[in-house]
Design a binder for this molecule. Structure first.
Ligand code: ASP
Length: 318
């Protein structure tokens, strides 16, 4: 049995590539890297890799992580600039004995030394978004939280090995050096081949408060189905945050156990995700949270068409 689950519709084409690998007895470590690289390469996704939206200094700073569920090896990078595939750098770091998480200049130095592909990740389109947003902020004091959405994946291969990976440009207009949950083990991702894995997207500052990915894996280890584990973890964190702080940021998660069973939960409307497995070709779903129960349905052709049109439509500088 193999399976792969990912946050957001943007993962679809990457998941299709992963399917080919997994069907042909490829490993979860190769499949997840190829799938995430695909998302990093696509210029119209504003929140991952090339074309990701910049920080307040108009620099694209990227976070990524990779985890091996057999060995529990973890590699992560934070706030790295001008490298094409953050996921691959994170994966390589996971194989080092120490120094597994590097940020900023240190991460760049490592990536350069290891000959990872350099690339200017700031596109003209992202610059237009930046200038438009700057103008909006000046005019209306809008909070710099838009154009986020991390790609996170959990993968199981035919040998029973599981992996997790994340890649993101984080929050649009974030402060220089800001690092979200995505490269943080337990918050943005966690995987254990003996149990299963989970990954999160949403407001990193809040996701960290519940170490939500680890919490989901912990619940699955207690015997919960991934769906139940996701719902409990999201509901609990959402409730705690609201009780203690008056509000909760966006929290969306996906999980898969080592049997290929999967689950998803969110506290927002409009969260989409993609799943493929030995018994299911890649499908995009949409999720809704109705009083703590997360109901998912297959995305319609109309929704899928509008999604792409919205991503690639021409934009003008205001
Ligand atoms: N969790 C990411 C961050 O805070 C953003 C997102 O997934 O929307 O950097």
């Amino acid at each position: 049995m193999w399976g792969i689950i990912a946050t957001w519709r943007m993962a679809l084409e990457g998941i299709e590539e992963a399917q080919d690998i997994l069907e042909n007895q490829g490993s979860a470590s190769e499949a997840i890297e190829v799938a995430i690289q695909n998302v990093e390469d696509f210029p119209y996704y504003k929140s991952v890799g090339y074309g990701g939206l910049p920080n307040e200094n108009m620099e694209v700073e990227l976070d990524a992580a990779y985890m091996d569920g057999d060995t529990l090896d973890i590699g992560a990078i934070g706030a790295i600039k001008d490298f094409a595939h953050p996921i691959s750098i994170a994966k390589q770091l996971s194989k080092e004995k120490v120094n597994n998480m590097l940020v900023g200049q240190g991460a760049e130095k490592y990536a350069d030394h290891e000959n990872f592909e350099k690339k200017i990740m700031l596109t003209d389109r992202a610059k237009i978004h930046y200038y438009n947003r700057k103008k909006e902020i000046e005019e209306q004091q809008i909070k710099p939280y838009d154009g986020h959405d991390t790609v996170g994946m959990v993968c199981l291969d035919n040998s029973g090995k599981m992996t997790a990976g994340t890649s993101t440009s984080g929050l649009f207009m974030k402060k220089q050096g800001r690092i979200g949950d995505s490269p943080l083990s337990g918050s943005g991702f966690y995987v254990d081949s003996k149990v299963g894995g989970a990954t999160a997207t949403g407001l990193g500052e809040d996701l960290m408060k519940g170490c939500i990915s680890y919490e989901i894996v912990r619940l699955m280890k207690e015997g919960k189905h991934p769906q139940e584990a996701c719902e409990i973890a999201v509901c609990q964190l959402d409730k705690e945050l609201k009780e203690r702080r008056g509000q909760a940021g966006d929290i969306s998660v996906v999980a898969m156990n080592n049997q290929g069973e999967w689950g998803v939960a969110t506290n927002i409307d409009g969260f989409s995700f993609v799943v493929a497995s030995a018994i299911q070709s890649p499908i995009v779903y949409l999720v809704k949270n109705i009083n703590g129960k997360c109901i998912h349905e297959v995305a319609s052709e109309k929704w899928l068409e509008e999604y792409i049109q919205e991503r690639i439509k021409p934009i003008v500088q205001k």
